[in-house]
Design a protein around this ligand. Structure first.
Ligand SMILES: [Zn+2]
Length: 474
């Protein structure tokens, strides 16, 4: 088996920094050696990567992506091939995508469809959550089958999007009761979709149709309310593990923090857009440009009574928020976002970001928002543990998959459609952003997939990862 040695770098883990050389054999990590030991032991390797002055971290894990998702009469534009190549460019070596079952559809067929889309096409490893858009007797049974046999152990429900993905409180409770029996984690899109739909119609009727009204019609109070309601339901169902996706608002974070303080199995994630973007600077751009930044929950105002950005960064530091994901759901501006000209409610919801999460959260380290260790923890190690992939993923340790990101803190990255941009959309959500660091080399199960500013991987290298249960429960 081929041996690769990553020499002279600093290995970062959630618990510290160590000057280790990393020896890889085939697809897995064979050993960590103290600096200099690989020379004194005369270790030989087929390939040596010099990581002097660089950080060596477990490859990023993005647990919230939507490749090829049908939405709003169109579909997200990254295929599993283009999306996982972009992921590799961003130092991400595993994605967990959302397989889809809608009301009236069969769960097994939904999952099979996702295997068809991803199988043989991925540049890095992938796993699935299952969206349950129609909770009924059959889909509840199917959930247990997926946990026991398919390596799909988490199910996403929606309190938003009535008539599309929405579940009512009774359906949510039943799904949670099922999860309390089979051990699954319930993931929740927590926004009060029934109330939001009323506000949306009222805005449109008044002629408030520009992209920024997307945010005004989805107030943070309604994210807070839904988050709290989901938490209460999970408690009624027996403290079932609940994971609130893409948290954007202080009100929701407060509900989460209170639940965690109470000792409940409640966890949360946020995404880079909620840590950096504002209604005023992005959604409210002149003309229709704000449509690029329409996602749900929406980008919040910087003039709210809460400092959402500050609170979310603090939440990440304090482990109120466990994970940063992207909710990668890319749509082109032309012909897709443009579907909502004259009516913001017709703008497909979503942004592309799988390529930039490691970069953007590293910039948080540079800005003093969180530590290097916490960067690794929230973007790699905790995602692996939360969704049952540890220690195969999320750690640089003997026996683990050789999924590794070598990060250069001394170079810069300029993000933009004519700079660094490998996703399939016709624009970048992060146009012009400069990062004080750079993805240097990326390995996926021992294979170098990014090196010297070139993609060296191949379609079909990425394989499906069967997951176990959440590893944070008592
Ligand atoms: Zn999503």
């Amino acid at each position: 088996m081929a041996r690769t040695l990553i020499k002279n770098g600093t290995v970062i883990s959630p618990t510290g920094r160590h000057d280790f050389d990393v020896l890889i054999e085939g697809e897995t990590i064979l050993a960590l050696l103290e600096r200099g030991k690989s020379d004194s032991l005369s270790i030989t390797a087929d390939k040596v990567i010099d990581a002097k002055g660089k950080y060596v971290i477990p490859g990023g894990i993005d647990v919230h992506t939507h490749m090829e998702l049908p939405f709003g009469g169109t579909a997200a534009v990254d295929t599993f091939e283009t999306g996982t190549i972009a992921a590799a460019w961003g130092g991400v070596t595993t994605i967990v995508d959302m397989a889809l079952q809608r009301y009236g559809e069969n769960v097994h067929e939904g999952l099979a469809e996702w295997h068809r889309k991803a199988g043989g096409n991925c540049a890095v490893d992938y796993a699935f959550h299952q969206i349950i858009g129609g909770v009924d007797e059959q889909s509840l049974k199917d959930m247990t089958y997926l946990v026991d046999h398919e390596g799909v152990t988490s199910f996403k429900l929606f309190m938003a999007y009535p008539g599309v993905f929405y579940s009512d409180d009774g359906q949510i409770l039943r799904a949670m009761q099922t999860a309390s029996e089979n051990g699954a984690t319930i993931m929740m899109h927590a926004e009060n979709g029934i109330a939001i739909d009323v506000l949306v119609q009222q805005h449109i009727a008044r002629g408030d149709t520009d992209p920024k009204y997307h945010s005004y019609s989805r107030p943070s109070l309604l994210e807070g309310e839904a988050t709290n309601r989901a938490i209460v339901l999970s408690k009624v169902a027996g403290n079932v593990p609940l994971y609130i996706v893409h948290m954007s608002a202080s009100e929701a974070l407060n509900a989460l923090a209170e639940a965690r303080h109470e000792g409940l199995n409640v966890f949360g994630e946020t995404c880079p857009q909620y840590l950096y973007m504002t209604l005023e600077d992005h959604l409210a751009r002149p003309g229709f440009e704000g449509a690029k930044f329409v996602c749900s929950p929406p980008i919040r105002s910087k003039h709210d009574k809460h400092d959402h950005h500050g609170d979310l960064w603090k939440g990440l530091r304090m482990n109120e928020l466990a994970i940063v994901s992207t909710d990668h759901c890319p749509f082109c501006y032309k012909d897709q976002k443009e579907l909502g000209i004259g009516n913001f409610s017709k703008i497909p919801n979503g942004m592309g970001g799988v390529e930039h999460r490691m970069e953007l959260i590293y910039q948080g380290v540079v800005q003093g928002e969180l530590s290097l260790e916490r960067w690794v923890e929230t973007c790699s190690t905790t995602p692996a543990r939360m969704f049952g992939m540890y220690p195969q993923k999320g750690v640089i340790a003997p026996g683990s998959d050789a999924d590794i990101l070598v990060w250069d803190p001394n170079k810069k990255t300029k993000i933009g459609i004519n700079d660094k941009h490998h996703m399939n959309m016709d624009h970048s959500s992060w146009e012009g952003t400069v990062i004080d660091g750079k993805v240097d080399t990326v390995l996926s199960r021992g294979m170098v997939v990014i090196e010297n500013d070139k993609y060296t991987g191949r379609k079909g290298h990425g394989k499906f990862i069967k997951r176990g249960l959440c590893q944070y429960l008592n």
